[in-house]
Write a protein that binds this ligand. Sequence first.
Ligand code: ADP
Ligand code: MG
Length: 212
Amino acid sequence: MIIALLNQKGGVGKTTLALHLAGEWAGRGKRITLLDADPQGSALDWSQQRSRGGLPRLFGVVGLARDTLHREAPELARDVDHVVIDGPPRVAGLMRSALLAADLVLIPVQPSPLDGWASAEMLTLLSEARIYRPELRARFILNRCGARTVIARETAEILADHDPPVLRNMIGQRVIYADAAQSGRLAFEIDDDGPAAREIAALVTEIERIAP
Ligand code: ADP
Ligand code: MG
């Protein structure tokens, strides 16, 4: 399966979630390749920092920020259980290519209804991709949920009927995610049964129910 974390907005958690989903799957014994489709290469940086720090390799990270992604990703997917694509910000050609490659699109958003969850352009690109790929599934993920989590949950329930629907499992605003990213680690390597590790595990279980 090819799972793409996409949102043209920067800073919504595409890289954070791509790394943690990949790490959780790897921990469950799946073979994973993370495809860094962001020209800034932050997932690649994370992986280099990790190997410099002598930390064990959990999954391969491949830099592939080009418009031929939809042709190359299925080839990479042949050798592994899942390919996780860390999507680019604002680059329409790359975004189209990632949408054509994906079986499941996950759109991280912050739980403020006033923010506008995804750009209209992102949703337009998604419906365009569905002309070619009617089976393409998409979900919002609420990331960086804070003290107003109850509101976020209500919003999620209201929006569960919408298209794309919202995943029930949300991700909290937690310093451990930022600490992990900065040190080439994942949250579960810092605190293996903490709230971050548990919410990521729950998220992966929910995703597996959508797309086994
Ligand atoms: P994107 O890839 O969409 O640009 P990132 O994953 O790089 O977003 O996240 C942007 C910043 O927000 C990073 O500094 C990251 O550590 C931080 N961040 C992302 N998700 C969370 C979270 N749930 N809790 C705390 N910080 C987060
Ligand atoms: Mg990123």
